[in-house]
Design a protein around this ligand. Sequence first.
Ligand SMILES: NC(=O)c1ccc[n+]([C@@H]2O[C@H](COP(=O)([O-])OP(=O)(O)OC[C@H]3O[C@@H](n4cnc5c(N)ncnc54)[C@H](O)[C@@H]3O)[C@@H](O)[C@H]2O)c1
Length: 490
Amino acid sequence: MSKSKEVVSSAIPASVEPVRIAVIGCGYVGLVAAVCFAEIGHSVICIDSDAEKIECLQQGRIPIHEPWLEELLRSQNPTSLRFSTSLADAVRASQVVFIAVGTPPLESGDADLSYVEAVAVEIARSIDSYKVVVEKSTVPVYTSDWIARVLRRNGVRPGEADIVSNPEFLREGTAVTDFLYPDRIIIGTCSDRAFRIMERIYRPLIDGSYSRRPSAVTLFSNETRQATLLRTSAKSAELIKHASNAFLAMKISFINSVANLCEQVNANVEEVARGIGLDRRIGSQFLRPGLGYGGSCFPKDIKAFYSIGEQMGAELTLLREVERINERQRDHFLRKVRSTLWNLRGKHLAVLGLAFKGGTDDIRESPALSLVKSLIGEGATITAFDPAAMANARRAIVSPRLELAESALQAMDGADALLILTDWPEFASLDLSEVKARLAQPIVFDGRNLYHPAVMAERGFTYVSIGRAAVEAATEPSELHSAATPYRVA
Ligand SMILES: NC(=O)c1ccc[n+]([C@@H]2O[C@H](COP(=O)([O-])OP(=O)(O)OC[C@H]3O[C@@H](n4cnc5c(N)ncnc54)[C@H](O)[C@@H]3O)[C@@H](O)[C@H]2O)c1
C-alpha cells in the first residue's frame, strides 16, 4: 500500500528503538536524511545556520523541490522532527550528530572542508556526554581523522565521542525513496559502540521492516527491499563514496564518447547502449548519452578524488579524461546548434530545462544553464521553461536576453528552434503538432534523446540529437548532418 497524498500519521512500531539524532545542515542531503530518520521512527532535530531556511521549515514549507518530502514532513509530529538554528542545544539533546553541510570545490579542485571543520568545533564545544559524530557530507579520505583531531583540540576527551563515516548515495529527484530503500548502507568506524548505535538507526531499512509498514512510502516495484549493511574502516567508507561517484561519471563520459563515434559512422547510440547494458557485468544504468554530467556532486567529487589521489602519490589520471570528455560534450552540442542555424546572433531560441537533471530544482553545475549562458553570449535570445528550477535560474542569469515562460509550449512561440536540455519526463511527451505549430521553424535540438529520429522526421521536424543521425524536415536542403558530412564548426 502506498502513502496517499494526504497526511498519514506514522506510529512507531515496537521493533524500532528510537535514537535521538541531530542533523547539521538542512540542504538536499541533511533535510532528506532528517525527514527520513523521523519517518522510520527516530527523534530528530535538524539544524541550519540559515535562519530563513529554518523559519520556512518550521512553517512546514520545503525550500527545495523533492518528491515526497513535503508529505513526509507534514506527517511527522512536532516531537519527532524539529528545526532549529541552535547547534549547541541540538548536540546536547542528541546521541548521534550527523554532519551534512556542503563541501564545495576550491579553486584547486580540493573539497572546501571549512564548513565541516566549523561544525566540528561547535560540536566539540557543546558535547556534555558520549556522542557519535557522523560524516554524512561527501569528504576526502582522512577527513574522519581530521574531525577526531579537531574534537580533541577543542576539549573532547578520549571516549567522549566516536567518529563514523556514513556516506550518502541519494540522487536528487528521487532522494526520499533512495534514502528509504538504499542498495547499501556503509558504516565506516573502528568503534563497536558507535557501530551498534548506527545499526540501530538503520535497522528498519536493513531488515525491511520499514517497507512492510502500511504507511510506508513505496517504490513503484512494490517489493520489500532490505539494504545491505557494510561495515568498513572510516577511510574505506570515505573512499567508497568518491570512487562510486567517479565510476558513475566515467560511465557517462564513456557512453558520450561512444555517442560521438556513432555520429561519425551513422550508428545509433541508443541501440549500442542497450546492447552494452544488457551485459549484467556492465548494467544499463548511467549509459544514457546526453549533455554530460552536472549537479553539485559529480563535478566536484571527481575533482576532489583526483586531487587526493595526486596528493597521496596515486594519481587517478583516468579521471582527468572523464572530465575533459564531459566538458567537450557541451561544446559539441553547441557546434551542432551553430551548424544547423548558422548565426546565433539575433536568433530566438526556446529552451526546455534549466536544472542539471529532471526531477530537481538544483542548477548547480547544470549543463543546461551553461549552454543557455553560451547561447546568450553568442547573441541569441532565449525563452526558457523548467518545471522547478526557474527561480534558481533567474537568480543565476541576469540578462535581458533570457525570458522565462509559464509553460513548455509557451516557451516555443515564434522561436527559430527548440532546445531540450534537461530530461524532465514531461518534456518527453510533448504534443508534437502543437510544438510544430508554435515554432517559427520546425527545428529541434534534443540534448537528452527524448524522441525518436524517425518519428520526428515523419512529423516534419529537423531533429538533431546525441549519437544518432540527424534528420531533416522535408523543406530543408538535405546536406547538413549525415555521417559523411560531419558537423561544421562555425
Ligand atoms: N546533493 C546531493 O545529491 C548529494 C548526494 C550525496 C551526498 N552529497 C553531499 O552531501 C553534502 C551536502 O550536500 P547538499 O547538496 O545537501 O548541500 P546544500 O548546500 O544543499 O546544503 C548544505 C546546508 O548546510 C548548511 N550549513 C553550512 N554551514 C553550516 C553550519 N556551520 N551550521 C549549520 N548549517 C550549515 C547550509 O546553510 C546549507 O543549508 C555535500 O558534501 C555533498 O557532496 C550531496
